[in-house]
Design a protein around this ligand. Structure first.
Ligand code: GCO
Ligand code: MG
Length: 408
Protein backbone atom coordinates (compact mmCIF):
# COMPACT_ATOMS: atom_id res chain seq x y z
CA UNK A 1 0.00 0.00 0.00
CA UNK A 2 1.31 3.46 -0.91
CA UNK A 3 0.64 7.12 -0.28
CA UNK A 4 -0.09 8.70 -3.65
CA UNK A 5 -0.47 12.36 -2.69
CA UNK A 6 -1.58 14.88 -0.10
CA UNK A 7 -3.33 18.24 -0.17
CA UNK A 8 -3.21 21.15 2.27
CA UNK A 9 -6.06 23.58 2.94
CA UNK A 10 -5.65 26.74 5.03
CA UNK A 11 -8.77 28.64 6.11
CA UNK A 12 -12.08 28.17 7.85
CA UNK A 13 -15.30 29.89 8.83
CA UNK A 14 -14.32 31.47 12.17
CA UNK A 15 -10.55 31.07 12.03
CA UNK A 16 -7.79 29.55 9.93
CA UNK A 17 -7.45 25.79 10.16
CA UNK A 18 -4.63 23.86 8.49
CA UNK A 19 -6.05 20.61 7.15
CA UNK A 20 -4.14 17.83 5.43
CA UNK A 21 -5.76 15.10 3.35
CA UNK A 22 -3.51 12.13 2.57
CA UNK A 23 -4.53 9.91 -0.36
CA UNK A 24 -3.55 6.27 -0.98
CA UNK A 25 -3.49 3.83 -3.88
CA UNK A 26 -6.39 1.95 -2.27
CA UNK A 27 -8.77 4.90 -2.32
CA UNK A 28 -8.73 5.27 1.47
CA UNK A 29 -7.76 8.77 2.66
CA UNK A 30 -6.86 10.22 6.05
CA UNK A 31 -7.32 13.67 7.59
CA UNK A 32 -5.06 15.64 9.92
CA UNK A 33 -5.00 19.06 11.62
CA UNK A 34 -1.79 21.13 11.65
CA UNK A 35 -3.35 24.34 12.97
CA UNK A 36 -0.80 26.45 14.85
CA UNK A 37 -2.83 29.37 16.03
CA UNK A 38 -1.96 32.70 14.36
CA UNK A 39 1.04 31.12 12.61
CA UNK A 40 -0.95 28.82 10.34
CA UNK A 41 1.04 29.34 7.12
CA UNK A 42 4.21 27.93 8.73
CA UNK A 43 3.22 24.27 9.30
CA UNK A 44 1.45 24.47 5.93
CA UNK A 45 4.76 25.38 4.27
CA UNK A 46 6.72 22.69 6.17
CA UNK A 47 4.19 20.09 5.04
CA UNK A 48 4.04 21.32 1.47
CA UNK A 49 7.73 21.86 0.83
CA UNK A 50 9.36 19.01 2.72
CA UNK A 51 7.09 16.44 4.33
CA UNK A 52 4.60 15.71 1.54
CA UNK A 53 7.28 15.12 -1.15
CA UNK A 54 8.86 12.57 1.22
CA UNK A 55 5.56 10.94 2.11
CA UNK A 56 4.66 10.03 -1.44
CA UNK A 57 5.42 6.35 -2.02
CA UNK A 58 5.60 5.47 1.71
CA UNK A 59 3.36 2.76 3.17
CA UNK A 60 0.76 4.68 5.24
CA UNK A 61 0.34 1.75 7.63
CA UNK A 62 3.85 2.31 9.04
CA UNK A 63 2.83 5.36 11.06
CA UNK A 64 5.47 4.79 13.76
CA UNK A 65 8.34 4.54 11.26
CA UNK A 66 7.08 7.59 9.36
CA UNK A 67 6.89 9.57 12.62
CA UNK A 68 10.48 8.60 13.51
CA UNK A 69 11.67 9.29 9.95
CA UNK A 70 10.45 12.89 10.10
CA UNK A 71 11.30 13.57 13.77
CA UNK A 72 14.80 12.16 13.80
CA UNK A 73 15.38 13.02 10.17
CA UNK A 74 14.75 16.72 10.84
CA UNK A 75 17.83 16.85 13.10
CA UNK A 76 16.51 20.17 14.53
CA UNK A 77 13.90 18.49 16.68
CA UNK A 78 10.76 19.61 18.46
CA UNK A 79 9.22 23.09 18.29
CA UNK A 80 5.58 23.89 17.51
CA UNK A 81 5.89 24.21 13.72
CA UNK A 82 7.60 20.86 13.17
CA UNK A 83 5.54 19.02 15.77
CA UNK A 84 2.24 20.38 14.41
CA UNK A 85 3.29 19.24 10.93
CA UNK A 86 4.31 15.73 12.09
CA UNK A 87 1.16 15.62 14.22
CA UNK A 88 -1.12 16.29 11.27
CA UNK A 89 0.46 13.51 9.20
CA UNK A 90 0.28 11.15 12.15
CA UNK A 91 -3.43 11.80 12.72
CA UNK A 92 -4.14 11.22 9.05
CA UNK A 93 -2.21 7.91 9.08
CA UNK A 94 -4.16 6.73 12.15
CA UNK A 95 -7.36 7.75 10.35
CA UNK A 96 -6.31 5.56 7.40
CA UNK A 97 -5.41 2.69 9.75
CA UNK A 98 -8.82 2.87 11.45
CA UNK A 99 -10.61 2.92 8.11
CA UNK A 100 -8.59 -0.10 6.88
CA UNK A 101 -9.40 -1.97 10.10
CA UNK A 102 -13.03 -0.78 9.88
CA UNK A 103 -12.79 0.31 13.52
CA UNK A 104 -13.08 3.59 15.39
CA UNK A 105 -9.64 4.65 16.64
CA UNK A 106 -10.40 4.11 20.31
CA UNK A 107 -10.69 0.38 19.54
CA UNK A 108 -7.14 0.36 18.20
CA UNK A 109 -5.89 2.03 21.40
CA UNK A 110 -7.49 -0.57 23.68
CA UNK A 111 -11.23 0.07 23.63
CA UNK A 112 -13.43 2.29 25.76
CA UNK A 113 -12.66 2.98 29.41
CA UNK A 114 -15.80 5.13 29.81
CA UNK A 115 -19.04 5.95 28.01
CA UNK A 116 -18.70 9.72 27.91
CA UNK A 117 -15.78 12.07 28.52
CA UNK A 118 -16.37 15.08 30.77
CA UNK A 119 -15.64 18.46 29.19
CA UNK A 120 -15.36 22.01 30.50
CA UNK A 121 -16.71 25.20 29.00
CA UNK A 122 -15.32 28.76 29.15
CA UNK A 123 -17.30 31.22 31.28
CA UNK A 124 -16.17 34.82 31.17
CA UNK A 125 -17.35 38.20 32.47
CA UNK A 126 -16.33 41.83 32.46
CA UNK A 127 -17.08 41.78 36.20
CA UNK A 128 -18.10 39.18 38.76
CA UNK A 129 -21.86 39.43 38.18
CA UNK A 130 -21.40 39.16 34.42
CA UNK A 131 -19.24 36.08 35.03
CA UNK A 132 -21.86 34.57 37.38
CA UNK A 133 -24.45 34.91 34.56
CA UNK A 134 -22.08 33.23 32.13
CA UNK A 135 -21.46 30.31 34.55
CA UNK A 136 -25.21 29.96 35.22
CA UNK A 137 -25.87 29.63 31.48
CA UNK A 138 -23.40 26.71 31.24
CA UNK A 139 -24.68 25.02 34.40
CA UNK A 140 -28.20 25.22 32.94
CA UNK A 141 -26.93 23.48 29.79
CA UNK A 142 -25.71 20.60 31.95
CA UNK A 143 -21.98 21.31 32.14
CA UNK A 144 -20.33 19.82 35.21
CA UNK A 145 -17.13 21.83 34.84
CA UNK A 146 -16.55 25.46 33.90
CA UNK A 147 -13.38 27.52 33.46
CA UNK A 148 -13.94 31.00 34.93
CA UNK A 149 -12.16 34.20 33.83
CA UNK A 150 -13.10 37.63 35.17
CA UNK A 151 -12.36 41.29 34.46
CA UNK A 152 -10.16 42.77 37.20
CA UNK A 153 -11.37 46.02 38.82
CA UNK A 154 -9.13 48.96 37.97
CA UNK A 155 -7.30 47.13 35.19
CA UNK A 156 -6.93 49.56 32.29
CA UNK A 157 -7.93 47.03 29.59
CA UNK A 158 -9.75 43.72 29.45
CA UNK A 159 -7.53 40.87 30.57
CA UNK A 160 -7.05 37.35 29.19
CA UNK A 161 -10.26 35.87 27.72
CA UNK A 162 -12.43 38.69 29.14
CA UNK A 163 -14.59 40.85 26.84
CA UNK A 164 -14.65 44.69 26.91
CA UNK A 165 -18.40 44.90 27.43
CA UNK A 166 -20.93 42.89 29.47
CA UNK A 167 -22.42 39.81 27.86
CA UNK A 168 -20.09 40.15 24.82
CA UNK A 169 -18.31 37.16 23.39
CA UNK A 170 -14.62 37.86 23.05
CA UNK A 171 -12.68 36.12 20.32
CA UNK A 172 -9.39 36.00 22.19
CA UNK A 173 -8.06 33.23 20.00
CA UNK A 174 -7.38 35.45 17.00
CA UNK A 175 -7.75 39.10 16.22
CA UNK A 176 -8.09 39.21 12.45
CA UNK A 177 -7.04 42.80 11.95
CA UNK A 178 -3.65 41.60 10.70
CA UNK A 179 -0.28 40.47 11.97
CA UNK A 180 0.18 43.45 14.30
CA UNK A 181 -1.13 42.48 17.73
CA UNK A 182 -3.45 44.45 19.98
CA UNK A 183 -1.95 45.45 23.31
CA UNK A 184 -3.55 44.38 26.59
CA UNK A 185 -2.46 45.84 29.93
CA UNK A 186 -1.87 43.71 33.00
CA UNK A 187 -1.34 44.41 36.71
CA UNK A 188 -0.42 41.43 38.87
CA UNK A 189 -1.11 43.20 42.18
CA UNK A 190 -4.69 44.05 41.23
CA UNK A 191 -5.22 40.46 40.04
CA UNK A 192 -3.82 38.97 43.25
CA UNK A 193 -6.01 41.27 45.36
CA UNK A 194 -9.23 40.47 43.50
CA UNK A 195 -9.24 36.97 42.03
CA UNK A 196 -9.04 34.71 45.14
CA UNK A 197 -12.12 36.44 46.64
CA UNK A 198 -13.97 36.23 43.33
CA UNK A 199 -13.31 32.48 43.12
CA UNK A 200 -14.56 32.06 46.70
CA UNK A 201 -17.80 33.88 45.81
CA UNK A 202 -18.28 31.63 42.77
CA UNK A 203 -17.88 28.54 44.98
CA UNK A 204 -20.37 29.98 47.50
CA UNK A 205 -22.90 30.74 44.74
CA UNK A 206 -22.71 27.40 42.88
CA UNK A 207 -22.12 24.97 45.75
CA UNK A 208 -19.64 22.12 46.19
CA UNK A 209 -20.36 20.04 43.08
CA UNK A 210 -19.44 22.40 40.25
CA UNK A 211 -15.92 21.77 39.00
CA UNK A 212 -14.29 25.21 38.84
CA UNK A 213 -11.17 25.75 36.72
CA UNK A 214 -9.13 28.93 36.36
CA UNK A 215 -6.43 29.85 33.82
CA UNK A 216 -3.67 32.26 34.93
CA UNK A 217 -2.19 32.15 31.40
CA UNK A 218 1.45 32.10 32.52
CA UNK A 219 1.37 35.51 34.22
CA UNK A 220 2.71 34.97 37.75
CA UNK A 221 6.21 34.52 39.11
CA UNK A 222 6.83 31.34 41.13
CA UNK A 223 6.47 33.21 44.43
CA UNK A 224 3.25 34.94 43.33
CA UNK A 225 1.87 31.65 42.03
CA UNK A 226 2.57 29.98 45.39
CA UNK A 227 0.82 32.88 47.17
CA UNK A 228 -2.19 32.63 44.82
CA UNK A 229 -2.44 28.84 45.10
CA UNK A 230 -2.37 29.08 48.89
CA UNK A 231 -5.05 31.78 48.89
CA UNK A 232 -7.43 29.81 46.64
CA UNK A 233 -6.95 26.50 48.43
CA UNK A 234 -10.31 26.69 50.33
CA UNK A 235 -12.17 27.16 47.01
CA UNK A 236 -11.44 23.57 46.01
CA UNK A 237 -10.53 24.30 42.40
CA UNK A 238 -10.62 21.42 39.94
CA UNK A 239 -7.45 22.93 38.55
CA UNK A 240 -5.25 25.98 38.44
CA UNK A 241 -3.89 26.32 34.91
CA UNK A 242 -0.56 27.74 33.74
CA UNK A 243 0.17 29.67 36.94
CA UNK A 244 3.72 30.47 35.73
CA UNK A 245 5.49 30.67 32.34
CA UNK A 246 5.63 27.10 31.07
CA UNK A 247 9.33 27.04 30.15
CA UNK A 248 10.38 27.24 33.80
CA UNK A 249 10.07 23.76 35.23
CA UNK A 250 11.43 24.82 38.62
CA UNK A 251 8.59 27.25 39.19
CA UNK A 252 6.11 24.59 40.22
CA UNK A 253 8.34 23.23 42.99
CA UNK A 254 7.74 26.33 45.10
CA UNK A 255 3.99 26.19 44.43
CA UNK A 256 3.89 22.53 45.46
CA UNK A 257 5.63 23.32 48.76
CA UNK A 258 2.89 25.78 49.67
CA UNK A 259 -0.34 24.37 48.32
CA UNK A 260 -2.19 21.22 47.32
CA UNK A 261 -4.22 22.98 44.61
CA UNK A 262 -4.22 20.77 41.47
CA UNK A 263 -1.99 22.19 38.74
CA UNK A 264 -2.59 21.88 34.98
CA UNK A 265 0.05 22.80 32.44
CA UNK A 266 1.21 21.95 28.94
CA UNK A 267 -0.83 23.66 26.22
CA UNK A 268 2.39 25.15 24.81
CA UNK A 269 4.43 21.96 25.17
CA UNK A 270 5.38 20.13 21.97
CA UNK A 271 7.15 17.08 23.23
CA UNK A 272 7.39 14.48 25.96
CA UNK A 273 10.72 16.12 26.84
CA UNK A 274 8.90 19.33 27.76
CA UNK A 275 6.90 17.56 30.47
CA UNK A 276 9.15 14.66 31.42
CA UNK A 277 10.50 16.34 34.60
CA UNK A 278 7.14 17.79 35.62
CA UNK A 279 5.50 14.38 35.32
CA UNK A 280 8.25 12.27 36.84
CA UNK A 281 8.70 14.60 39.80
CA UNK A 282 4.91 14.70 40.24
CA UNK A 283 4.84 18.49 40.12
CA UNK A 284 1.61 18.61 38.10
CA UNK A 285 -1.79 16.93 38.21
CA UNK A 286 -3.03 17.42 34.64
CA UNK A 287 -1.14 17.42 31.35
CA UNK A 288 -2.60 19.86 28.80
CA UNK A 289 -0.83 18.92 25.53
CA UNK A 290 -2.79 18.86 22.27
CA UNK A 291 -2.51 16.21 19.56
CA UNK A 292 -1.90 18.95 17.02
CA UNK A 293 1.32 20.60 18.15
CA UNK A 294 2.54 17.78 20.38
CA UNK A 295 3.28 15.50 17.45
CA UNK A 296 -0.02 13.70 16.88
CA UNK A 297 -1.53 10.56 18.35
CA UNK A 298 1.70 8.52 18.32
CA UNK A 299 3.58 11.02 20.50
CA UNK A 300 0.71 12.13 22.75
CA UNK A 301 -0.14 8.52 23.57
CA UNK A 302 3.42 8.17 24.92
CA UNK A 303 2.91 11.25 27.09
CA UNK A 304 -0.41 9.87 28.38
CA UNK A 305 1.23 6.58 29.34
CA UNK A 306 4.13 8.32 31.11
CA UNK A 307 1.64 10.56 32.95
CA UNK A 308 -0.36 7.53 34.06
CA UNK A 309 2.66 6.18 35.94
CA UNK A 310 2.74 9.35 38.06
CA UNK A 311 -0.95 10.00 38.86
CA UNK A 312 -1.11 12.75 36.26
CA UNK A 313 -4.41 12.88 34.37
CA UNK A 314 -5.14 14.23 30.91
CA UNK A 315 -6.75 17.59 30.28
CA UNK A 316 -6.03 18.08 26.58
CA UNK A 317 -6.05 21.57 25.15
CA UNK A 318 -9.27 22.16 23.23
CA UNK A 319 -9.46 25.89 22.61
CA UNK A 320 -11.14 26.79 19.31
CA UNK A 321 -7.60 26.90 17.92
CA UNK A 322 -8.03 23.23 16.99
CA UNK A 323 -10.15 21.95 14.14
CA UNK A 324 -12.75 19.22 14.63
CA UNK A 325 -10.16 16.78 13.19
CA UNK A 326 -7.72 17.02 16.10
CA UNK A 327 -10.64 17.30 18.51
CA UNK A 328 -11.87 13.97 17.11
CA UNK A 329 -8.43 12.44 17.70
CA UNK A 330 -8.65 13.67 21.31
CA UNK A 331 -12.17 12.25 21.70
CA UNK A 332 -10.77 8.82 20.81
CA UNK A 333 -7.83 9.17 23.22
CA UNK A 334 -10.24 10.38 25.93
CA UNK A 335 -12.51 7.37 25.44
CA UNK A 336 -9.53 5.06 25.94
CA UNK A 337 -7.07 6.74 28.36
CA UNK A 338 -7.14 5.03 31.77
CA UNK A 339 -5.87 8.31 33.26
CA UNK A 340 -8.38 10.57 31.50
CA UNK A 341 -9.23 13.71 33.50
CA UNK A 342 -11.25 16.22 31.51
CA UNK A 343 -11.36 17.74 28.01
CA UNK A 344 -11.47 21.45 27.20
CA UNK A 345 -14.26 21.86 24.69
CA UNK A 346 -15.67 24.87 22.94
CA UNK A 347 -18.65 24.24 20.77
CA UNK A 348 -17.56 25.30 17.32
CA UNK A 349 -20.93 23.94 16.22
CA UNK A 350 -21.78 26.69 13.73
CA UNK A 351 -23.59 25.38 10.63
CA UNK A 352 -20.56 26.51 8.56
CA UNK A 353 -18.11 24.54 10.70
CA UNK A 354 -20.33 21.44 10.73
CA UNK A 355 -20.65 21.62 6.93
CA UNK A 356 -16.86 21.84 6.52
CA UNK A 357 -16.12 19.02 9.01
CA UNK A 358 -19.12 16.63 9.12
CA UNK A 359 -18.95 14.25 12.09
CA UNK A 360 -21.20 12.46 14.55
CA UNK A 361 -19.17 12.88 17.73
CA UNK A 362 -21.84 14.08 20.18
CA UNK A 363 -21.77 16.56 23.06
CA UNK A 364 -24.58 16.28 25.60
CA UNK A 365 -24.85 17.61 29.16
CA UNK A 366 -21.18 18.47 29.32
CA UNK A 367 -20.02 15.04 28.10
CA UNK A 368 -18.59 14.00 24.73
CA UNK A 369 -19.69 10.69 23.25
CA UNK A 370 -17.18 9.42 20.72
CA UNK A 371 -18.22 8.38 17.21
CA UNK A 372 -18.24 4.70 16.24
CA UNK A 373 -17.38 5.42 12.60
CA UNK A 374 -14.11 3.87 11.34
CA UNK A 375 -10.99 6.00 11.85
CA UNK A 376 -11.27 9.48 13.33
CA UNK A 377 -14.97 9.71 12.55
CA UNK A 378 -14.77 13.17 10.99
CA UNK A 379 -14.79 14.19 7.33
CA UNK A 380 -13.72 17.26 5.38
CA UNK A 381 -15.80 18.79 2.57
CA UNK A 382 -13.43 20.16 -0.07
CA UNK A 383 -16.21 22.07 -1.86
CA UNK A 384 -17.07 23.89 1.37
CA UNK A 385 -13.36 24.57 1.91
CA UNK A 386 -13.28 26.60 -1.32
CA UNK A 387 -15.37 29.27 0.43
CA UNK A 388 -12.52 30.11 2.81
CA UNK A 389 -9.02 31.46 2.55
CA UNK A 390 -6.26 32.47 4.94
CA UNK A 391 -6.74 35.66 6.97
CA UNK A 392 -3.81 37.01 8.98
CA UNK A 393 -4.49 37.21 12.70
CA UNK A 394 -2.60 37.57 15.95
CA UNK A 395 -2.75 37.02 19.69
CA UNK A 396 -2.66 40.15 21.84
CA UNK A 397 0.65 41.18 23.36
CA UNK A 398 0.60 42.11 27.04
CA UNK A 399 2.33 45.08 28.66
CA UNK A 400 2.47 46.23 32.26
CA UNK A 401 1.15 49.71 33.03
CA UNK A 402 4.65 51.19 32.60
CA UNK A 403 4.95 49.57 29.17
CA UNK A 404 7.11 46.55 30.07
CA UNK A 405 6.29 43.45 28.00
CA UNK A 406 4.65 40.65 29.99
CA UNK A 407 3.42 37.13 29.19
CA UNK A 408 0.19 36.77 27.17
C1 GCO B 1 -6.81 27.68 26.85
C2 GCO B 1 -5.73 28.52 26.26
C3 GCO B 1 -6.12 29.23 25.02
C4 GCO B 1 -4.96 29.99 24.40
C5 GCO B 1 -5.02 29.93 22.92
C6 GCO B 1 -3.86 30.61 22.26
O1 GCO B 1 -6.64 27.30 27.98
O2 GCO B 1 -7.77 27.40 26.15
O3 GCO B 1 -5.09 29.26 27.23
O4 GCO B 1 -7.22 30.01 25.22
O5 GCO B 1 -4.95 31.31 24.82
O6 GCO B 1 -5.07 28.60 22.52
O7 GCO B 1 -3.91 30.43 20.89
MG1 MG C 1 -4.92 27.86 28.87
Amino acid sequence: MKITGAKIFVGGPAKNYVTIKIMTDQGVYGLGDATLNNRETLPAAYLQDYLIPNLIGMDPRNSEDIWQFFYRGAYFRRGPIAMASFGAIDMALWDIKGKLANMPLYQLFGGKSRDGAMVYAHATGTDLEDLMDSITAYVEQGYKAVRVQCGIPGMPSASYAVPETRGANKNYISDFSGVRPKIEVWDTEKYLRFMPGALAEIRARFGPDLKILHDVHHRLTPREAAQFAKAVEPVGLYWLEDPTPAEDQNALRLLRQHSTVPVAIGEVFNSIWDCNTLIQEELIDFIRVAVTYAGGITHVKRIVDLAGLHHVKTGFHGAPSHSPISMAAQHHLNAWAPNFGIQEYLVLGTPECDALFPSDHKMENGMVYVSDAPGLGVDFDENEAEKYSYRAGSHPVVRLEDGTIWDY
